[in-house]
Design a protein around this ligand. Structure first.
Ligand SMILES: [Zn+2]
Length: 332
């Protein structure tokens, strides 16, 4: 659920590049969420600083956030209830869940734990499990470290990492001056927040894991996909569809998972719920009340969103880290 935001490019890329130049190639490690071995050019601190730098600009692009304390607290509670069940020490990230005051239908995440969902999307929801599904999916992008995959890939492709090694004696600012145009030239238009199809499917898988660990009925993920599919027939297409596989593809994968042993046992089980009533009472009624009072933005102009495809590269580490032990495994 991402796109490219054109403005602010230099700032974001500058942070990414400075991060890489500062740390050099840190090698590979196995991600505890995905079980995949990843090439890590960005440290956790770098991911956090990239997310923190980009956050205010993205919020502004979407017309600001919904500031109502009750709605903010609700979204944060749902998100944090799943963060608790993330792997390794991901729960220690500075997680933040933002409800964007925009009619567009979208959600996305920045590295380091910044998660965003639009008002346009949540207004189509009918229960809390659907909200957990979209937030869980975005949490999955963070824990799978998909942004690190993308940026690492880009830096290797453009030779910035090699160049930084060769030019080790130069100052960071010199390297930034050389390296940024290389990066800009590669993306052509800007810093992309879109991920490839394998990464999206991986986030769906992680999202279902996190939402069910937190006690949500896994059918909420299927219902979320159906909401997005149905919205695709409307006048304005969900932005989300510009960067994601067609919901039909993902719906099939989710249906298969729901039919499998562990997930099928959670459906209508006393341990898992869709939380329809609570969603209406604590969230939707307040949202509708504020909408009726004209408290939200109208016709917000959102920055141009352009998808960039990465041809299925999923950040497998073997292509970029000679000499390291780069075995891969696949978690589900
Ligand atoms: Zn996504």
């Amino acid at each position: 659920m991402q796109g490219i935001v054109r403005s602010g490019l230099g700032k974001i890329l500058g942070v990414a590049l400075a991060a890489v130049l500062g740390v050099g190639v840190t090698g590979c490690s196995t991600n505890p969420a995905t079980g995949r071995s990843q090439l890590n050019l960005l440290s956790r601190a770098h991911e956090i600083s990239i997310g923190s730098e980009a956050q205010p600009q993205l919020v502004a692009e979407y017309g600001g956030e919904v500031r109502d304390p009750q709605l903010r607290a609700y979204v944060t509670r749902v998100g944090m209830s799943m963060v608790e069940y993330t792997e390794g020490d991901f729960r220690d990230l500075p997680w933040e869940f933002t409800l964007l005051d925009s009619d567009v239908i979208n959600a996305f995440a920045l590295p380091g734990g910044k998660v965003f969902v639009s008002r346009g999307l949540v207004q189509k929801m009918t229960n809390e499990a659907q909200l957990a599904a979209v937030l869980g999916h975005e949490i999955g992008h963070v824990t799978a470290r998909h942004a690190n995959d993308r940026i690492s890939r880009q830096l290797i492709l453009t030779g910035v990492v090699v160049g930084a090694t060769v030019a080790a004696g130069q100052s960071d600012s010199d390297l930034v001056r050389v390296g940024v145009p290389v990066l800009v030239g590669t993306t052509g238009t800007g810093f992309s927040l879109s991920f490839d199809r394998n990464q999206e499917l991986e986030s769906d898988r992680l999202g279902m894991r996190y939402m069910t660990r937190a006690g949500y009925d896994p059918r909420g993920m299927l219902q979320l996909m159906e909401i997005l599919r149905d919205a695709s027939g409307e006048r304005s297409q969900p932005e989300w569809l510009s960067t994601h596989p067609l919901p039909e593809t993902r719906i099939r994968a989710i249906e298969q998972r729901l039919a499998s042993g562990s997930y099928s046992r959670m459906i209508d089980a006393p341990t898992h719920s869709l939380y329809e009533e609570r969603f209406r009472r604590e969230f939707l009624s307040r949202l509708n009340q504020l909408a009726d009072a004209g408290a939200f933005n109208r016709d917000v102009a959102v920055g141009e969103i352009v998808p960039i495809q990465w041809g299925g590269w999923t950040g497998e580490c073997c292509s970029g880290c000679a000499g390291a032990s780069c075995g891969t495994s696949h978690g589900h």
